[in-house]
Design a protein around this ligand. Structure first.
Ligand code: DGL
Length: 267
């Protein structure tokens, strides 16, 4: 792969099925404020966690071609589901550096000084076994308990986490996980950090790990080492969605206040 057509001030692109990837964008903006970011939320096809590998390959390919057309120097899979299910198949196919959250953070997770690690993620992520496999490559002594939470992505996209029935769903999924006595629990879907406050009302807040902290550091280190960081302050960030820009703007506000509506773009 070459990145010869790009320069340091080309944008970094991120994508997810919706607002979840904003948890990663938020971290990146803090540590790499000069970069220009392009964000695509594939809200039309949300939830990715319930889609087949073929569907996820198709959605990712359409989005990657769009990012290529924008001349992006790097693309961030701010989505654990596509990282788990399609990254290995596509990582060398495009004209940009591709970052996968699962592949970038598993080594750090494997080095935590604990024996029992819980992972909350989507159905597709858990069934793929990607986290379990990658962590075992570095540390085969760590016991990993994966659990999927079918309603959590919808709750975040609808911004309905304060409804009592949704709080009950979150609590009951958490109680199920707590039966494994995990020493830490990874929020292995980029939507889940939106629920940190509610989770922390039902368990100690330091139980939860948002892997986007490690992911953002990993991306920064890579760009630094490869002399790919922006060398000037770049332009306004761009936001795109494949449906319902108004709802995206509303749900996004916890992590990212958007001045204007994201643009509607489908392939
Ligand atoms: N936020 C994504 C993830 O990290 C996708 C969630 C979904 O659409 O199911 O897995």
């Amino acid at each position: 792969m070459t990145i010869s057509r790009k320069n340091n001030n080309s944008p970094i692109a991120l994508f997810d099925s919706g607002v979840g990837g904003l948890t990663v964008l938020n971290k990146l903006k803090k540590i790499l404020p000069d970069e220009k970011y392009v964000y695509y939320g594939d809200t039309l096809h949300m939830p990715y966690g319930e889609k087949s590998k073929e569907q996820l390959l198709k959605y990712s390919d359409d989005i990657f071609r769009f990012f290529e057309s924008k001349g992006c120097k790097a693309v961030v899979m701010a989505c654990n589901t596509t990282s788990s299910v399609v990254y290995e198949d596509v990582k060398d196919n495009y004209d940009f550096k591709l970052f996968s959250i699962v592949h970038s953070v598993s080594e750090v997770l494997s080095k935590l000084d604990i024996k029992r690690l819980g992972i909350f993620a989507t159905r597709a992520t858990i069934i793929s076994g990607a986290y379990q496999r990658k962590i075992a490559e570095y540390n085969s002594d760590m016991q990993v308990f994966g659990q999927y939470c079918p309603m959590w992505v919808h709750i975040v996209e609808e911004n309905s986490m304060n409804m009592p029935e949704n709080q009950q769903i979150i609590k009951s999924d958490l109680d199920k996980m707590l039966k494994n006595n995990p020493e830490k629990i990874v929020l292995g879907c980029t939507h889940y950090p939106f629920l940190t406050e509610i989770l922390s009302q039902n368990a100690q807040s330091d139980l939860f790990i948002d892997p986007s902290d490690y992911f953002a550091e990993y991306i920064k280190t890579y760009l630094e080492k490869n002399n790919m960081l922006a060398d000037e302050k770049n332009g306004e960030n761009e936001f795109y969605v494949s449906s319902n820009p108004e709802q995206f703007k509303k749900s996004a506000q916890m992590f990212c206040k958007l001045d204007k509506l994201p643009k509607l773009l489908t392939f």
